[in-house]
Design a protein around this ligand. Structure first.
Ligand code: AMP
Ligand code: ZN
Length: 447
């Protein structure tokens, strides 16, 4: 298998560190619904996991859920997103978190994404976060200001390496309004203090006052607790490279003295009709919005996997309709396999797997699927590889359907057109269309 490693900026042959491939993917901040762009990462990383499994690897994947501490601004100020969500909805922070976690998991399942072995909520790791801060402090990487404990990025000489950061430029750019107490522009909070009178429902006593962890810390802590660094693969969106992942790497080294991850995978963003997804443009589509227009989560997954995780993607409803039609075509090719024996081309599945094993090139794999004759056995493996529910959405109704087709043909032979039409219409209401061919009628899905 080959993967593009953001750390080395190279396509590398994947070699796991041990028998079980350890993967960590940065998860959602649960203060609002996740839009279709947010789900892109989970779909891409699901393909990563499925491709590893198809290549014979065992995988342990951890996904975190941020239910505290993610501030609106990356500069360690602004409101905590969870607190903001709670204020907006007049609910407690916990209620907000639970509500959006449920929605996230519901969609996760609707997208047929393999459930990670561990789903870790940030608030379950606070004590461990405190230990990590203690350790960073003992090792000389932190300093305290009036509003928190900060990581001194000047103490970690590799800080700029991962994202090729221009630290002096950053410093110069930040001089205006530069936080008086921060030593360097790139320094970040590992722990925030809650000032007297400041509203923050989630609070833990540490260092003699109430506070909460800095957002980046949970990932370092959860990885340390659940996987142990170094892990094999760490994934996230490209926006995480310069700050969030850079800070995770620094903290892990400062607290535990270890490299965080061998490979780093980053996916690019989804645009809609050529524009950024944003509230002000009114193009924040949820999966439920697609459903209202007749598109299932699987249609969206099909659309997404027809391109590559490293490229920015332009979502349009026309292209989504194209993906839906392609998936329907595949399902009908499978339906035909239930009706007559299809002799597949040789090595189709092997070629498909080879394509995705090359840095998750599902687009090329899809082209192979489009242009090959595929037997039912290979379809089953292909379906497992992409998790597109091609087989489950093409249920084995063959016997029942075949009985109906026979009944309809008999009705036609008996010139009982009322009955034959009734059978045809009944099947249509169930999304199955009969197509008369010179070899007799075949059934197809029409939706
Ligand atoms: P947000 O809730 O807006 O902070 O987004 C959470 C994460 O989702 C971001 O850090 C990105 O990695 C990812 N994300 C947000 N918008 C998009 C998008 N349009 N396309 C792909 N990923 C996105
Ligand atoms: Zn993270």
């Amino acid at each position: 298998m080959k993967l593009y490693n953001t750390a080395s900026k190279k396509l590398e042959t994947f070699k796991p560190l041990s028998d079980v491939v350890k993967i960590y993917t940065c998860g959602p901040t649960v203060y609002n619904f996740q839009h279709i762009g947010n789900y892109a990462a989970y779909i891409y990383w699901d393909l990563l996991v499925r491709t590893l499994i198809a290549n014979g690897y065992q995988v342990k994947r951890v996904l975190n859920i941020t239910d505290v501490g993610h501030l609106v601004s990356d500069a360690d100020d602004g409101e905590d997103k969870l607190e903001k969500g709670a204020a907006r909805e007049g609910k407690s922070v916990e209620e907000v978190a639970n509500y959006y976690i449920d929605d996230f998991m519901k969609n996760f399942r609707a997208l047929n994404l393999k459930e990670p072995e561990v789903i870790a909520r940030a608030t379950d790791y606070i004590e461990k976060d405190e230990k990590a801060v203690d350790q960073m402090t003992v090792n000389g990487y932190t300093y305290e200001t009036s509003d928190g404990v900060y990581f001194d990025t000047a103490k970690y000489d590799k800080y700029a390496d991962f994202a090729k950061l221009d630290l002096s430029g950053l410093q110069a750019g930040a001089r205006v309004g530069f936080s008086d107490e921060k030593h360097n522009a790139s320094d970040f909070a590992v722990w925030k203090f809650i000032k007297p009178g400041e509203k923050h429902a989630m609070r833990w006593d540490y260092l003699g006052r109430p506070g909460y962890p800095g957002w980046h810390l949970e990932c370092s802590t959860i990885i340390h607790e659940e996987l142990g660094e170094p892990i094999d693969i760490h994934c996230g969106g490209i926006d995480h490279i310069p700050i969030h992942h850079t800070n995770e790497i620094a903290q892990t080294f400062a607290a535990y003295g270890h490299e965080l991850s061998r490979y780093w995978l980053h996916c690019d963003f989804i645009n809609i009709d050529g524009q950024k997804i944003s509230k002000s443009l009114g193009n924040v589509y949820l999966l439920s919005d697609l459903a209202k227009r007749g598109f299932s989560p699987m249609d969206y997954k099909m659309w997404l996997l027809s391109g590559h995780y490293q490229g920015a993607r332009n979502f349009t409803f026309e292209s989504l309709a194209g993906a839906k039609a392609r998936r329907l075509n595949w399902r009908n090719r499978i339906a035909l396999c239930y009706q007559k024996e299809i002799v597949g081309g040789t090595d189709v599945y092997e070629r498909v797997l080879e394509a995705v094993s090359n840095n998750l090139n599902s687009a090329e794999a899809f082209a192979i699927i489009d242009s090959s004759t595929i037997a039912l056995e290979d379809w089953k493996k292909i379906d497992e590889l992409f998790g597109l529910n091609l087989i489950t959405d093409t249920p084995d109704v063959s016997e029942e359907i075949v009985d109906k087709i026979i009944a309809r043909e008999k009705a036609r032979a008996d010139k009982n057109y009322a009955l034959s039409d009734a059978i045809r219409d009944n099947l249509l209401t169930r999304g199955i269309a009969l197509r008369d061919t010179p070899d007799g009628a075949v059934w197809e899905y029409n939706n």
